[in-house]
Design a protein around this ligand. Structure first.
Ligand code: FAD
Length: 433
């Protein structure tokens, strides 16, 4: 697919080489711009890179929204390169125990036509996007570069070069970079957004929900063929709804499952107190047997305790802001613009969709100027064209992004409680009666 070209070649600086920043760089490079990508961390693909807590590789659900954005990136091999490392999940599998103490699982398909969402490792997806970028001649990647300041009136930014973002705090003096357009894809705690707020009247709202998350793992079974290495169905997103909290498991290619416990901070405190007790293993086992029946058959209780102790307990933030741009010089995408709780499985998908929509609008304005014979080769015209496009992007995108943020918050109740089958709820009500 050949992408429409913008009227003039521009210098596009992208901050953040996560999934959204990397896809945005592919879109910008495909339009012939000079693209520079600045990333705080070292290159994920470097085996010596030690991941920071907040960059932990989690398994995500990649849906049509995200796939469609990749399909329109103008890089035919991108979709195959990415989907090669995914596993289709055709539905969710609800796990529970009936009143007679028997374990049950109920499959709920996502789609009557059998379409699936795809399980993918976030790090794996990110690496594959970086592979594509590396092959594009008009893209330069700068790892270990942290945005520390930006002047959106004079289109200048400053980056601190970190010797090794993970291991050393040693820095060399900042470098100054100029740009026509800066795309901020630097995540929920975005520095681009922070600096943009000094130039634009941005409304901003953030909320930490009273839920923490921690990762666990169901290990593959040894010495079996690739399919039978999975201890539970590999084509489902598994949910143990605990009403006030939940446990989920998403399959990985190697036969393991990446699992996440979501629970209120008070529950985490209670579980933390077990770790110092001599009978901590049996207490955590009792907790899982009570709320997530069957999990201790898949993860031995000592592993549950050690994962709980060793893996970080991380918060969940939801962010709304408005506008998403400043004049012709800056725009924020992905979590930088709309971090959301993960219960709708759409945070990254919506961020990838941002990229598709932003570039469709930029292309539309470039075409409009071409048709009206405007001299888009002059800097002033290119800037005013961008300013109009970015204003339209903010207007179009905010209602949708805010809606999905609200849906994500509501879906926590759906996943942890409403998914329980009507039959189960009926039995439960008889029991309570
Ligand atoms: P990030 O992935 O946060 O990347 C931002 C990048 O910017 C990072 O590489 C960071 O190092 C860099 N950076 C930060 N500051 C600077 C700076 N000052 N200078 C330079 N670089 C900087 N989404 C889904 O679609 N489906 C799911 O199933 C799903 N499940 C999730 C489960 C959990 C438990 C969580 C926590 C999230 C989940 N998400 C899911 C959300 C998804 O992870 C995020 O929406 C997605 O990672 C956002 O991508 P991003 O590129 O915008 O930001």
């Amino acid at each position: 697919m050949s992408a429409p070209r913008m009227a003039t070649k521009q210098k596009v600086v992208i901050v953040g080489a996560g999934p959204v920043g990397s896809l945005a760089a592919i879109y910008a490079a495909n339009r012939g711009h000079d693209v520079e990508v600045y990333e705080l961390r070292s290159d994920l693909r470097d085996p010596s890179t030690t991941p920071l807590n907040f960059t932990r590789s989690i398994n995500l659900a990649l849906s049509e929204r995200g796939l469609n954005a990749m399909r329109h990136a103008g890089q035919p091999k991108l979709i195959d390169h990415v989907t090669a490392v995914t596993l289709p999940m055709r539905g969710r599998m609800i796990h529970g125990k009936n009143p007679s103490g028997e374990l049950y699982e109920v499959s709920q398909d996502y789609d009557i036509h059998g379409r699936a969402i795809l399980a993918i490792d976030r790090g794996g997806l990110n690496k594959r996007l970086l592979d594509i970028l590396e092959d594009m001649p008009n893209v330069t990647l700068f790892f270990n570069h942290k945005l520390t300041g930006a002047d959106f009136k004079n289109n200048k930014a400053w980056f601190e070069i970190r010797k090794d973002a993970e291991q050393s705090k040693e820095t060399v003096p900042e470098i100054e970079v100029d740009f026509d357009l800066m795309i901020g894809a630097d995540g929920a705690h975005s520095a681009v957004r922070y600096h943009m707020m000094k130039y634009t009247r941005m409304d901003y709202q953030q909320e930490y929900i009273d839920t923490l998350w921690c990762e666990f793992q169901i290990k593959p079974q040894d010495g079996k063929s690739s399919l039978s290495r999975f201890k539970i169905s590999p084509d489902h997103l598994h949910i143990w709804p605990g009403r006030e909290f939940m446990f989920i498991a998403i399959p990985s290619e190697d036969g393991s499952f990446t699992c996440t416990l979501f629970a209120p901070a008070a529950v985490f405190s209670q579980l933390e107190s077990f770790s110092s007790q001599p009978d901590g293993t049996s207490k955590i086992s009792l907790f899982f047997d009570t709320y997530f029946p069957g999990v201790t058959n898949l993860i031995p209780p000592p592993d549950l305790l050690s994962s709980f102790n060793q893996n970080p307990h991380l918060p969940l933030i939801s962010i709304k802001c408005k506008p998403y741009h400043h004049s012709s010089s800056a725009v924020i995408l992905g979590d930088a613009a709309h971090a959301m709780v993960p219960f709708y499985g759409q945070g990254m998908n919506a961020g990838l969709e941002d990229v598709r929509i932003l570039f469709a609008i930029l292309d539309k304005h470039a075409r409009m100027d071409e048709n009206s014979d405007a001299d888009a080769s002059s800097d002033g015209t290119a800037a005013s064209q961008r300013a109009r496009a970015l204003a339209e992007y903010t207007a179009v995108r905010i209602p949708d992004a805010h809606a999905i943020i609200d849906l994500a918050l509501q879906n926590y109740i759906e996943m942890r409680s409403s998914v329980l089958s009507p039959l189960y709820r009926f039995r439960k009500s008889l029991e309570e009666y």
